[in-house]
Write a protein that binds this ligand. Structure first.
Ligand SMILES: *[C@@H]1O[C@H](CO)[C@@H](O)[C@H](O)[C@H]1NC(C)=O
Ligand SMILES: *[C@@H]1O[C@H](CO)[C@@H](O)[C@H](O)[C@H]1NC(C)=O
Ligand SMILES: *[C@@H]1O[C@H](CO)[C@@H](O)[C@H](O)[C@H]1NC(C)=O
Length: 502
């Protein structure tokens, strides 16, 4: 009996070793409990109305492209966008100082040199470039010099194209929702097999749309191919300059003033009833490339025009619809202004000013935007509200509140008549400001795309060992099992025969 016991122990030990070995190799490796060291990246989103600085971070020791970039902090630059400092040398650079100082404090000193720093300018600078290319270049150079004076790893200060801006927004949305890769079982990065979602962005000077399509895109300028994690994504992208909310409101004002024949008082159907404000023809209305086509032959830029609200939903909607062109489509179909667009497909996320406007609809009417008719119903209600009703319910400033009816109708025309969202597809838009703790916008997608944090190659088996040796070791441990079993069986047989002989 004792003999059998002694002989079994090494065999059982062998079996145990094989099982423990297999488990150690197969189970996902636990992280060492040392605090992770972070790498940081800074992106300045230089929009037309303001600049926002985002600091992102990710663990340094992780392999590239593993969906772990998070937003560390965000800083809103005081004052207006960098393009508004045209003709004011030094102004744009100076405006960025306080946020950059904060980044110096926010990011551990030892990581400063590894921290990439980028500034992307959008439609505000695209417009300035149209007006005065020399001046836009000067503003950009001035900003670049300022960024270079900080201890970070300066990469670029550039004006993004509309297509880039649209595509980076799409990358951000789908990265934050983990629609590209997900950490699966047994330590593998998997394609989660989820549908990617489209991106709708509304800025101050332009608006963007980006979504995957299987339809033929009739204008090559609207195609953007992205290679992410070994997969090619074919996007339809379009950016509409002068269809950002600030520039659109300016166009509406220019249209109303010109139509009224440039008198000292003009009715505004989108402003709340009896609301009265005064605008300067130059600075507030015609001093923009977006309102050039409405400009009368002769006008005094210093002339004040008193604008009086009439709160008329239908007239507001009609006037706004006139600012879009729905004819002269050179393709089989168009969204508007002769721009090709395939049918919208899949779900969408609408962010930035789309979110803000949706939030106002929610606060003021409590009507869920689940169909075109409910959207119209909500906007009609808001256009009928008085200034005091609007300010009380939203707790927002008059300068924003006065435009709620106009912006809502603009969004309505853009989504329903422009992009052709309908009964079926409108509810598939989710209006969001943040996802996964990060602000939704093009900034994250811009940094990810340019810093190979989203690699073009498929992610392999993420193990400490390369796949070859890893498989070899696993094979050895598996081979140990039959060896241990045979050994056990032999001992068992042996002792049986010995016992039988006794
Ligand atoms: C991540 O990508 C960068 C740029 O391609 C490369 O220099 C770096 O070594 C990569 N890091 C790891 C951990 O693979
Ligand atoms: C453009 O800006 C430059 C300064 O950068 C200025 O000298 C020039 O007069 C401007 N041109 C126009 C047409 O405004
Ligand atoms: C609006 O204000 C201007 C100047 O303050 C005034 O002349 C005008 O009569 C006002 N209009 C209305 C309808 O209150």
């Amino acid at each position: 009996m004792a003999l059998r016991c002694c002989r079994t122990i090494p065999a059982l030990g062998l079996l145990l070793l094989a099982i423990v070995g297999i488990l150690l190799v197969v189970l996902p490796a636990r992280e060492m409990e040392t605090p992770p060291e972070n790498t940081y990246g800074i992106v300045l989103d230089a929009g037309s109305s303001r600049t926002t600085m985002y600091i992102y971070k990710w663990p340094t020791d992780k392999l590239n492209g593993t969906g772990i970039v998070t937003q560390h902090s965000e800083c809103i630059v005081a004052g207006r966008g960098i393009s508004s400092y045209a003709g004011l040398p030094g102004g744009a650079a100076k405006s960025l100082e306080s946020c950059l100082e904060r980044a110096v404090k926010d990011i551990p000193k030892a990581r400063h040199h590894q921290t990439s720093l980028r500034l992307g300018a959008t439609a505000g600078m695209r417009l300035l470039k149209q007006v005065n290319a020399t001046e836009s270049q000067r503003v950009l150079q001035e900003v670049e010099n300022k960024l270079r004076s900080y201890p970070f790893n300066f990469k670029e200060a550039a004006i993004l194209s509309g297509q880039q801006e649209a595509a980076y927004g799409w990358v951000t949305v789908n990265y934050l929702l983990e629609n590209f890769v997900k950490y699966g079982f047994v330590g593998r990065w998997l394609n989660p097999g989820r549908e990617r979602i489209g991106a709708l962005d509304l800025g101050g000077a332009s608006t963007q749309i980006a979504f995957e399509t299987s339809e033929t895109v009739e204008n090559e300028d609207n195609v953007m191919e992205l290679l992410l994690y070994g997969q090619t994504y074919r996007l339809y992208t379009q950016s509409f300059l002068c269809y950002g909310q600030d520039q659109f409101l300016r166009r509406l004002l220019a249209h109303l003033i010109t139509t009224a024949g440039v008198t000292s008082q003009v009715a505004h159907p989108c402003y709340p009833q009896q609301f009265n404000t005064s605008v300067l023809l130059g600075k507030d209305v015609f001093d923009s490339p977006c309102t050039q086509s409405y400009r009368p032959a002769h006008f005094d830029p210093q002339m004040h025009v008193s604008v009086v609200g009439t709160g008329d939903y239908q007239s507001c909607l009609d006037n706004i619809t006139k600012l879009f062109s729905f004819d002269n489509c050179p393709y089989s179909k168009c969204s508007f202004d002769g721009i090709f667009q395939p049918n919208v497909s899949g779900r969408f996320m609408a962010f930035s000013a789309f979110f803000l406007n949706h939030n106002y609809i929610d606060l003021l009417t409590n009507i869920p935007v689940t169909s075109p008719s409910r959207l119209k119903e909500a906007i009609r209600l808001m256009c009928n509200m008085t200034m005091s009703e609007l300010t009380q319910k939203t707790k927002a400033k008059v300068k924003y509140v006065k435009n709620i009816c106009a912006v809502s109708n603009f969004v309505q025309v853009l989504l329903l008549q422009g992009y052709s969202f309908d009964e079926h597809s409108l509810p598939s838009i989710s209006f969001q400001k943040t996802a996964g703790g990060a602000s939704v916008g093009w900034a994250l997608g811009y940094m990810l795309s340019l810093s190979s944090l989203v690699p073009a190659e498929r992610l392999g088996l993420m193990k400490a060992l390369p796949p070859g040796p890893w498989a070899g070791i696993l094979f050895l441990f598996i081979a140990l099992i039959p060896v241990a079993m045979v050994y056990l069986l032999m001992i068992y047989r042996n002792t049986r025969t010995q016992e039988g002989m006794v």
